[in-house]
Design a protein around this ligand. Structure first.
Ligand SMILES: Cc1cc2nc3c(=O)[nH]c(=O)nc-3n(C[C@H](O)[C@H](O)[C@H](O)COP(=O)(O)OP(=O)(O)OC[C@H]3O[C@@H](n4cnc5c(N)ncnc54)[C@H](O)[C@@H]3O)c2cc1C
Ligand SMILES: COc1ccc2c(c1)CN(c1nc(C(=O)N(C)c3cc(Cl)c(F)cc3C(=O)O)c(Cl)s1)C2
Length: 474
């Protein structure tokens, strides 16, 4: 640490990975008065040419917005986002059903990934105590000394030493690997058999949106699913989720195979995406992998800590990966305040507090991946959501649908999962006791009927004897 002129030495911090979480974390650390060097393996995306109509988007919700608010970027980002107030389910038969997300009309925002990353990098750069280094790929780290070594495109090796290193280098993190060399890190990862492919949905012929814009469009289909989020330029970015061997099967059939596949599973999407687009995109790309990563702890002594996908990559079936990573920045910031920047006590607390929440979100996302496939069609998907919303209406204070707690609240994810399990037990108990009460009522009803009939029949029997004795003298 070199003295910043005042009595307290200025903390020299490195952020490895200038994606969404790293760029945000650089802003948090800059506000904390640290000297920040951010290293990004790729070149500066702000200098790359924009490929029109091929934007990748993400769902930004309350947790991510709270983090952006901390660095004064919420307005700048949300003003460029498109609110999605409801999900719009495209049935196989072409039926369309809307399901509002929130009874108070709260929305999730579709934001452009590149614009978000650029805005965060530019914000970081506005701080005099932040320096950005692009095309610097971390190759080695001696975390006990805080020494980092980077490779650059012209083959130069660059290295520097830091008081503290933040690893925000994504799901395939080099920082996590370095951490695992020096610390007893429990680690697990799981690839799912599905891949994803982005499909670009152009505007309609008259330049307007090809579908209703303020919706998250979903095509739930057995083993497949497609979703579509709107973009500022009146396009949509579709994401097709499908098992890898299905991708291979369709690829093997060539361009006509692609059209036949969409005719069978997503007929209404063919005109929206356009046959040419479909052929081009499908034949020029393949499914990309989705991995779920869990590890513990996230830190090494008072020298290094990992955040975002590096610490807890999750499958995207809740649209929470970035929101969760952004929330990491808020949680760590609060802990650093509480410990007055004492990394020796702050980092272990971050691991202890944050990992159960992040792992709960990884589990929820994986659960939803499995659940989404069992909601094999839109009817079941709808029913499931209708029951959720009915119970939410019936018990607004005690029953909150799972996706509401995840997406529209900042309740800790580990508490969300416990509340949800408790709610499921209560709902199951209510349904069961209603069923038992009903069957008892029905049972009593039948019993009465049969008893009366029986009694009546028995009664009729004595009547018959009496009648026979009196009238028939037999
Ligand atoms: C299909 C899909 C849809 C998604 N949709 C959503 C959504 O709707 N909402 C949501 O909240 N989340 C969503 N996510 C998750 C979200 O994309 C991630 O959680 C988020 O990008 C994680 O940010 P990060 O900064 O931790 O990692 P990344 O975004 O992966 O950034 C890591 C950065 O580190 C750099 N890097 C890597 N290795 C090195 C190295 N050795 N040296 C230097 N730099 C390095 C990389 O170049 C990259 O810039 C989705 C993910 C997928 C796959
Ligand atoms: C850019 O790529 C992607 C990829 C996946 C997602 C997103 C963006 C944004 N995602 C959101 N998911 C929820 C949610 O809570 N659930 C349970 C849902 C989960 C799935 Cl998979 C789905 F299709 C609908 C809902 C739904 O509820 O509408 C939100 Cl709320 S936003 C998933």
């Amino acid at each position: 640490m070199d003295s910043g002129g005042g009595d307290t030495p200025v903390v020299k911090a490195a952020v490895v990975g200038g994606g969404l979480v790293g760029a945000l974390q650089a802003c948090f650390l800059a506000k904390r008065g640290f000297q920040v060097d951010l290293y990004e393996g790729r070149e500066d995306i702000r200098k790359m040419e924009v490929v029109k109509g091929r934007s990748i988007n993400l769902a930004l919700s309350i947790r991510g917005r709270a983090a952006l608010r901390h660095v004064g970027l919420e307005e700048e980002i949300t003003s460029k986002g498109i609110p999605m107030r409801a999900r719009r389910i495209h049935g196989r038969d072409g039926t369309l059903t809307n399901q509002p997300y929130d009874k108070d009309g709260q929305a999730i925002l579709s934001v452009d990934r590149r614009n978000l990353n650029e805005t965060l990098l530019t914000k970081a750069e506005t701080f005099p105590n932040v320096k950005l280094h692009f095309s610097h790929k971390l190759t080695r780290a001696d975390l006990d000394k805080g020494e980092l070594a980077f490779s650059t495109p012209n083959g130069d090796a660059v290295s520097d030493t830091y008081d503290i290193v933040f690893g925000t280098d994504g799901a395939y993190s080099t920082m996590r690997r370095q951490l695992m060399r020096v610390n007893r890190i429990n680690f697990s990862q799981e690839y799912i058999p599905h891949g994803y492919m982005e499909l670009f949905i152009p505007p309609a012929k008259d330049g307007s949106f090809g579908m209703l814009p303020n919706y998250l469009h979903i095509w739930p289909r057995d083993e497949f699913m497609m979703i579509g989020l709107p973009n500022q330029d009146k396009t949509f970015t579709g994401t097709l989720f499908m098992p890898f061997d299905e991708f291979d099967r369709v690829h093997a059939k060539g361009e006509e195979g692609v059209i036949a596949f969409f005719q069978e599973h997503f007929p209404d999407a063919i005109n929206i995406i356009g046959e040419e687009n479909l052929r081009k995109t499908f034949m020029s790309s393949s499914g990309l992998p989705m991995v779920s990563v869990k590890c513990y702890p996230y830190h090494h002594k008072d020298k290094a800590v990992i955040m975002g996908d590096a610490a807890h990559a999750m499958v995207p079936f809740y649209g929470q990966g970035m929101n969760c990573g952004f929330e990491d920045c808020v949680v760590l910031d609060e802990i650093l305040d509480k410990h007055n920047n004492n990394f020796k006590t702050a980092l272990p607390e971050f691991s202890k507090i944050r990992s159960p929440d992040a792992q709960a979100m990884c589990d929820l996302a994986m659960y939803n991946y499995i659940e989404m496939r069992h909601l094999v069609n839109s009817k079941l998907f709808l029913m499931n959501k209708k029951l959720d919303n009915f119970l939410f209406w019936l018990f607004p204070r005690s029953y909150m649908p799972l996706y509401n707690m995840v997406t529209f609240s900042r309740i800790r994810y580990s508490i969300v999962i416990n509340k949800w399990k408790h709610q499921k037990k209560v709902v199951r108990f209510c349904l069961l006791s209603t069923l038992i009460a009903l069957s008892m009522l029905l049972g009593v009803g039948f019993w009465n009927r049969s008893h009366i009939t029986h009694h009546h029949r028995f009664h009729w029997g004595s009547h018959w004897h009496h009648f026979r004795a009196r009238w028939l003298r037999v």
